[in-house]
Design a binder for this molecule. Structure first.
Ligand code: ZN
Length: 244
């Protein structure tokens, strides 16, 4: 099976469409969405529709939860709060209903899937250090755990000697890291923050035992113009071009 993992779309329709177009050429059997479909961008409903149609497994992200009042925005920064307020006001009933059905976690043979962390996925913690990664390995028992949330693609390996390190390539072959377990952040479709403005998503080929990232260009100016029109904070608009 060839799986594609998309995450942190954040209502960026141009990015999502570009990624789905790229996915079409990758012989993918199943697309999995790790959450944060809405928040920040101008097309929450269109993104909900596309994800609902294309992804048999979709998880709830913290922005999705906040948009349907399942999470308070007290810990959100001011830009995110403004974006959530606009999203809540502009979400169609159908999109709202879809977001309310989403789970915090899913599993597949070989894989644990969460938006934030395997440890209490409903608390929206971040994995930003090897210490936090090490802690989280206790809370999944599959070979792979795939996450989103930080918008930073990274592959963390716990090898057979219990050594933890960051894999320094955008592709990893399970045969090269035998008996290892991997914690993989699949990056962000709609608001990458690793100084690369192109959309990021991941592909796992379970037969070949290979995970790799894809980067996809999209029409950033079009997305930005739409955000300007609905008066999203300038910071949210400009960061797309810088990938930060
Ligand atoms: Zn996000």
């Amino acid at each position: 099976m060839r799986f594609a993992f998309i995450s942190d779309i954040h209502a960026n329709l141009e990015a999502l469409e570009a990624v789905f177009e790229d996915i079409q050429d990758q012989r993918i059997d199943e697309v999995i969405c790790l959450g944060d479909i809405v928040g920040y961008g101008a097309n929450p409903n269109e993104c909900c529709d596309l994800v609902n149609e294309r992804c048999p497994v979709t998880l709830l992200g913290n922005h999705d939860a906040a948009a349907v009042d399942q999470l308070s925005t007290q810990h959100f920064n001011i830009h995110a709060k403004i974006a959530i307020e606009w999203t809540t006001q502009n979400l169609k009933t159908e999109s709202e209903r879809f977001l309310r059905t989403l789970p915090y976690k899913a599993t597949k043979p070989q894989m644990t899937l969460v938006h934030a962390t395997p440890y209490e996925p409903n608390m929206w913690y971040y994995i930003t250090s090897l210490e936090e990664a090490a802690f989280n390995y206790q809370f999944f028992d599959t070979q792979l755990c795939l996450v989103g949330h930080t918008h930073i693609p990274i592959i963390i390996v716990l090898d057979k000697d219990k050594e933890l390190y960051v894999h320094q390539d955008t592709e990893i072959h399970l045969d090269d890291v035998k008996e290892s377990r991997l914690l993989i952040n699949v990056g962000s479709v709609g608001q990458p923050r690793d100084r690369n403005p192109r959309s990021c998503y991941g592909i796992f080929d379970s037969d070949a035992g290979v995970f790799c990232y894809r980067r996809v260009s999209y029409n950033i100016e079009k997305t930005q113009a739409k955000m300007k029109k609905i008066k999203m904070p300038e910071f949210l608009i400009s960061r797309l071009a810088d990938g930060r």
